[in-house]
Ligand binder design. Structure first.
Ligand code: SF4
Length: 491
């Protein structure tokens, strides 16, 4: 187990805790080997702007149905919170939330004077006012760079407010400047939830499994039903009560190990909930392993075997048919770490050739320290190597340069704003926000159909290419894509 310490208010950043990196260029196989032998980050001599941990902490708190969130800092830092109000509303049907309530997001609005005299009082007043206005069942306070730099006692103010109001008031330390790996913000949110919200189990339930995910569709209810188990989704669309007793579940599964690796490990180590020793179920080989691991942990192996056999009988002919149509097509992936690796496996299973990837960071190991959870290692062993494998924290200039050279048949992206680069170059580009869409055997069929649709309907991007203005200079496009990365061919 790694350096998890719930007695401390702050989580250790990923660079220190699990040696995560944001700079690498080479191939996937070398990266897997280097991850076992001691991986070193590579510096960039030039960098475009990065994401901020606050945004990721917001992602895991704003979507809790009955909580409120305060960004403690200048109002600009709260600008990333609103995007989750949109996410909440748009994706609510995927989770049967038929009447999505307005999200409760606030800023303590630190001003210049507050950075001189301190913002503790302003925060205390903000918490009181937010409670009066929302009657929330828990309030999360997300720290920002300004609050961190002036050294506000956010933990102390939250504790006092908790004693006064009688609800959990949880400090989440997620200042953007602390880490180049913005997924540290997920860990920060989970750390606060585990410290202050999750209770010791009253009993162990055999009918509940935690699913740590984003906002993906509810595929797990159907998958778990033959085992007589229900999913407890964490944290989007959960409730404060549902989170409190996540400690009683029979097991934890992940939609993405990069997202939930920390909380999965905490639930196992500090609350006795085992995490299943398998990477999420993307691609046939991994889906087989995942169902078997689930069956084993629930002591219902025969049910797992029955599900695998039935689903394969139903979906394998369709997958084979798609493979024939997609054979020879090339794809490039840009996404966050484990989910990006999962998409590589989906492409591998469907018979596409992955000719490169720009993955936002790399975790050499997850907090569980289990090699079975390493989705990239599983991908390399199931489907082979990926060349042009780049780890870059959304350095779009590198992506555009690489795409311009490689010219895949399709660009697969996971984050908004990335598909436009493929489209501008006339490359069909696909982004699917529902992270469960490609999961399992049935997921391969629906994802394969969407891939075909995107590749075959390329008229729009071809036209766009004729009119698009590329902001990058001819000079830059003639340089090696990793020119500014140490050892990447630049000066
Ligand atoms: S990096 Fe710092 S200043 Fe920028 S949005 Fe994040 S918390 Fe605010």
């Amino acid at each position: 187990m790694s350096k998890i310490n719930l007695s401390l208010p702050e989580v250790q950043i990923r660079e220190i805790r699990i040696n995560s990196i944001t700079g690498y260029q080479g191939d996937a196989k070398e990266l897997v080997i280097a991850s076992r032998e001691g991986l070193k980050d590579k510096e960039r001599s030039f960098s475009q702007c990065l994401g901020c941990s606050t945004s990721k902490a917001a992602c895991m708190t704003v979507l809790i149905q009955d909580a409120a969130v305060i960004s403690h800092g200048p109002v600009g830092c709260a600008s990333c919170l609103h995007e989750y109000t949109f996410t909440y509303r748009v994706n609510s049907p995927l989770r049967d939330v038929m009447q999505p309530t307005p999200r409760r997001i606030f800023s303590s609005n630190l001003k210049e004077k507050d950075t001189v005299y301190g913002g503790n009082m302003k925060l205390a007043n903000s918490i009181r006012e937010v409670y009066e206005r929302t009657n929330a069942n828990a309030i999360f306070v997300l720290t920002t760079c300004a609050a961190g730099i002036i050294g506000d006692d956010v933990e102390g103010v939250c504790q006092e407010a908790e004693d006064e109001l009688g609800i959990p008031v949880i400090a989440i330390f997620c200042e953007g400047f602390k880490s180049k790996v913005w997924t540290t913000g997920f860990d920060a949110a989970y750390h606060g939830i585990a410290r202050k919200l999750i209770q010791k189990p009253r009993k162990r339930r055999t009918d509940l499994i935690n699913v740590i995910n984003f906002w993906g569709s509810d595929v797990f209810s159907d998958w778990f039903a033959p085992f007589d188990v229900k999913p407890n989704y964490i944290t989007p669309y959960s409730t404060v009560k549902g989170l409190k007793y996540a400690s009683e579940a029979a097991a934890t599964v992940q939609a993405c190990s990069t997202l939930g690796g920390y909380l999965g490990a905490v639930l196992e180590r500090d609350f006795g909930v085992p995490e299943i020793p398998a990477a999420p179920p993307y691609g046939i080989a991994q889906t087989d392993r995942w169902f078997r691991a689930l069956g084993k942990i629930l002591k219902k192996e025969e049910i797992a075997e029955k599900i695998i056999a039935e689903k394969k009988k139903k979906y394998l002919p369709k997958i084979e048919n798609l493979r024939k149509k997609l054979k020879g097509k090339t794809a490039y992936v840009t996404a966050g770490a484990a989910h990006g690796h999962a998409l590589l496996s989906v492409l591998g299973e469907l018979g596409l050739k992955t000719c490169g990837a720009a993955i936002f960071h790399h975790d050499p190991i997850y907090d569980s320290r289990r090699l079975e959870n390493d989705q990239l290692a599983q991908h390399v062993s199931d489907y082979g190597n990926v060349t042009n494998f780049n780890v870059c924290n959304k350095q779009e200039f590198e992506l555009v340069n690489a795409l311009n050279r490689i010219r895949p048949d399709i660009l697969i992206a996971r984050h908004g704003g990335m598909t436009l680069w493929g489209a501008k170059l006339g490359i069909p580009s696909l982004l699917i926000g529902d992270e469960h869409f490609a999961m399992g055997y049935e997921g391969l069929v629906q994802y394969g159909e969407r891939l075909l649709e995107a590749i075959e309907n390329d008229e729009f991007v071809k036209n766009l290419k004729k009119h698009a203005i590329n902001p990058y200079s001819k000079w830059w496009l003639e340089q090696p894509p990793y020119y500014f990365l140490k050892g990447g061919g630049g000066k």
